[in-house]
Design a protein around this ligand. Structure first.
Ligand SMILES: Cc1ncc(COP(=O)(O)O)c(C=O)c1O
Length: 444
């Protein structure tokens, strides 16, 4: 596959051009990558008005994913804001109120979008016994979308979630079609899903709009992401997509990231599905070996290995520390889970080290599983109302009855237990204490 953006940058870097333009490093290699770092000079195109090499490269990506694909050099965070703006444009266009239904396990980018765009969030109830990071989709949860005065303009799901669970996107899409709602999917963890032997990518399963953090699961520099627009999306979402991205983005997208997305097209078109299939078999073998040695696993996303360490006698963070001492760094750990993210770029020796370490870890007396109450279903939330609120940060034990205002969430997982605008209940404080959250920002 052609790589017009990378080729342009390479040729320019090798040409000895006098750089009387940004960036300030002028191509001098302090880090080593500067010669390829560019700005919108003649011939380099312009991301949000693309008609040249960037347009060609985005079209290449779109042909690989089988839909219209736009680049983001600012992660899925940018795409999420753009998707929500597009859904609200459609709502305004069709005379609908700005209401978005969402499963509770939203990433904080969704909440910043709610603050900026002013839409109302209709939260789906959390399933009992599920982690706050999971967004399992029951029929009852779907039906609850319709509980308000007006049906929401869109349903917003996070799939895969941080623990490697996939929502039933087909079912959600059918439901949305039946009720004239758009389906938006934060698929930050799932760029590779389109290339599986049987696609699990949301754009193939009925989502109107979805985003992938290419940098999370493909060999793309941090910040590289895709916004995908399916054929089923309304015309306004297609015609105003670039405008939506530009609304929230820097006017100086990183060319290094764009070149990395460009090169990824070649990577994907040069035997990636076959390599992914072979790697999948290897991961399945590893899963089987871990299960055989007594490890409890959860999640159905093929490239995430999520361990439940308590039956083995360890807390997740304790296991993460032990692994770190052995030079193995996991993606995420909480008391009940440890998440490993794999790609075909992990060499065989990495998998062997992980497998050997885990299989040799002694079985201790199992630890009790979490016994947290289900979080109360929240009413409709309008985070925008809190954008200028006077706030204070207090120990969580002093927050019961107060309205949560804060977005002070660390990443990973950057998923809030209590959403902006929710009243903090005793149950929520139990959850926060369990997950080691000591302070919360509330409305004064
Ligand atoms: C579920 C989910 N959505 C969105 C994001 C934001 O993605 P990005 O870092 O590409 O902006 C993340 C980041 O970790 C995430 O885990």
């Amino acid at each position: 596959m052609q790589t017009p953006v990378y080729d342009f940058a390479r040729k320019y870097a090798d040409s000895g051009a006098v750089r009387m333009h940004m960036p300030g490093h002028k191509g001098k290699a302090l880090l080593g990558c500067e010669p390829l770092d560019l700005t919108e000079i003649a011939g380099a195109d312009s991301l949000f008005e693309a008609s040249g090499i960037l347009a060609q490269s985005e079209a290449n990506a779109g042909s690989l994913f089988g839909c219209r694909t736009l680049y983001s050099a600012e992660g899925s965070s940018l795409c999420i804001r753009a998707m929500l703006y597009l859904a609200l444009l459609h709502a305004a266009d069709t005379g609908r109120p700005p209401v978005i239904a969402a499963a509770r396990n939203v990433h904080k980018a969704f909440l910043t979008a709610a603050k900026l765009l002013g839409f109302t969030i209709r939260l789906l109830p959390q399933q009992r016994g599920m982690s706050y990071l999971s967004g399992a989709l029951t029929d009852a949860a779907l039906e609850s979308c319709l509980s308000g005065e007006n049906p929401p303009a869109a349903l917003y799901l996070t799939s895969p979630d941080y623990l490697g669970n996939l929502c039933d996107i087909r079912k959600a899409a059918e439901f949305c079609r039946a009720h004239d709602m758009l389906l938006l999917v934060d698929q930050a963890h799932g760029a590779y899903l389109h290339f599986l032997p049987q696609t699990l990518h949301a754009a193939d399963l009925g989502a109107d709009l979805c985003c992938d953090s290419a940098h999370k699961t493909l060999p793309v520099l941090t910040g590289g992401a895709y916004l995908h627009i399916a054929d089923s999306a309304p015309e306004i979402c297609k015609s105003r997509a670039k405008e939506a991205m530009a609304l929230f983005a820097s006017t100086s997208p990183s060319y290094l990231i764009l070149e990395s997305l460009d090169l990824c097209n070649r990577y994907l078109s040069a035997g990636y599905p076959e390599r992914l299939r072979a790697f999948l078999e290897r991961v399945q073998a590893m899963r089987a070996a871990l299960s055989a040695s007594g490890w409890a696993l959860c999640g159905d996303e093929p490239m995430k290995l999520t361990l439940r360490p308590k039956p083995r006698g360890y807390h997740g963070q304790q296991l993460a520390e032990l692994m770190q001492q052995a030079g193995i760094f996991c993606e995420f750990a909480d008391p009940d889970h440890l998440v490993l993210m794999l790609t075909p770029e992990n060499p065989e020796r990495d998998l062997c080290r992980v497998q050997e370490f885990l299989c040799k870890l002694p079985q201790l007396a199992p630890l009790p599983e979490a016994d947290l109450p289900a979080l109360s279903p929240a009413p409709e939330l309008r985070p925008r109302e809190l954008l200028f609120a006077n706030t204070e940060t207090l120990p969580v034990s002093e927050c019961i009855g107060r309205i949560c205002a804060g977005l002070t969430l660390s990443c990973p997982p950057a998923v809030p237990i209590v959403l902006c605008g929710e009243r903090i209940t005793e149950k929520a404080v139990q959850h926060m204490t369990y997950y080691g959250i000591t302070h919360c920002t509330v409305v004064k």
